[in-house]
Design a protein around this ligand. Structure first.
Ligand code: ADP
Ligand code: MG
Length: 261
C-alpha cells in the first residue's frame, strides 16, 4: 500500500485527548494517537505507564473520563468533559468490539472447550458464521498458526506458546480489522516466545492493523511501522523503529531502552 493510500483512508484507530483516572490516580493524561489501516504499531513503556489501560479504552473495556476513541471511523463511546454524557448503546458497542481482536498476556482461553471450540465459539455466538462455516475457518486458521493436529485438545494439554497461538486464531476468527495484543509473550517461557512472535510476524504486513504492547525490541525493530514509547500516561515519543529505538530523543526513552536491551 502506498503512503498516499494510507493517508486518504480513514484512520483504523483514532484516540483523541483520552484521559482516564482510577480514583485519584490519573493513569492516562490526554493521549492522542492515530493508527492507519494496515499499520503495525508497537507500544513500549515501563510497567504502570498506562499501556494496558490504553488498549482497554480502545476496545471499550474501559470508558475514558474524557476524550474519545474511534475505530474504523466510527466512535466507540463518546464522553466529553462538561458535556452531556453521550454514549452509544451497548448493542452498537458490542458490534464494534467484535471488529477488534484482543490477545491477552494470559491467553484467556475457555478451559472447558477444545481448541477447535475455542476458535468457533464467538463467530457462531455472534451469528457471523454458521457452525460449518466457523469450523472450516477455524481449521484453516489453526493450520496457519501451526496447530492443525491439536484441534481436539483442551487448553490445559497445551504449552503456553500453543495456547497463545490458539488465542491468536480465536481473535482472527472474528475477521477483525484491528488486533490489539497486550504483552502476548510475557507469560511464556523464553523458548516459547519465538513461535508466538513468528505467528504475529506472519500477520504483520497481511493488511490487518496490529497494535502490540511488548518488550520484545528485536520484534519491534523488524516488524513495526511505528514504535510508541509511553511513560506516566503519556506518549513521550513515537516514530519509525530506527528513530525511536536507535536514536531516541527523550531521556526517559533512552533510560527505558537501556534497561530492556
Ligand atoms: P501498564 O500496562 O503500562 O503496566 P496499566 O495500564 O496496567 O499499565 O496500569 C497503569 C496504572 O493504572 C497502574 O498504576 C495500575 O495500577 C493502575 N490501574 C490499572 N487498572 C486499574 C484499575 N482497574 N483500578 C485501579 N487502578 C488501575
Ligand atoms: Mg500492562
Amino acid at each position: 500500500m502506498t503512503t498516499d493510500t494510507l493517508r486518504t483512508r480513514p484512520a483504523a484507530i483514532q484516540v483523541h485527548d483520552v484521559r482516564k483516572a482510577f480514583g485519584a490516580h490519573q493513569v492516562l493524561h490526554g493521549v492522542e494517537l492515530t493508527v492507519r489501516p494496515g499499520e503495525v504499531t508497537v507500544i513500549l513503556g515501563p510497567s504502570g505507564s498506562g499501556k494496558s489501560t490504553l488498549l482497554r479504552v480502545i476496545n471499550h473495556l474501559e470508558k475514558p473520563d474524557r476524550g474519545h476513541v474511534s475505530v474504523g471511523g466510527e466512535p466507540i463511546g463518546v464522553r466529553r468533559h462538561g458535556d452531556h454524557l453521550k454514549e452509544l448503546s451497548e448493542r452498537v458497542i458490542l458490534g464494534q468490539r467484535s471488529r477488534i481482536g484482543f490477545v491477552f498476556q494470559n491467553f484467556n482461553l475457555f478451559p472447558h472447550l477444545t481448541v477447535l471450540e475455542n476458535v468457533t465459539a464467538a463467530p457462531v455466538a455472534t451469528g457471523k458464521l454458521t457452525k460449518p462455516e466457523a469450523r472450516n475457518l477455524a481449521l484453516d486458521l489453526l493450520g496457519r498458526v501451526g496447530l492443525a493436529d491439536k484441534t481436539g485438545a483442551y487448553p490445559r494439554q497445551l504449552s503456553g506458546g500453543q495456547q497463545q497461538r490458539v488465542a491468536i486464531a480465536r481473535a482472527l476468527a472474528l475477521r477483525p480489522g484491528v488486533i490489539l495484543f497486550d504483552e502476548p509473550t510475557s507469560a511464556l517461557d523464553p523458548e516459547l516466545v519465538g513461535e508466538v512472535l513468528a505467528v504475529i510476524k506472519d500477520l504483520a504486513g497481511g493488511g490487518t492493523t496490529l497494535v502490540i504492547v511488548t518488550h520484545e525490541i528485536g520484534f519491534a525493530r523488524e516488524c513495526a511501522d511505528r514504535v510508541i514509547f509511553m511513560d506516566d500516561g503519556r506518549i513521550v515519543e513515537q516514530g519509525p523503529p530506527a528513530e525511536v529505538l536507535d536514536n531516541p530523543r527523550h531521556e526517559r526513552t533512552r533510560d527505558f531502552l537501556s534497561k530492556v536491551l
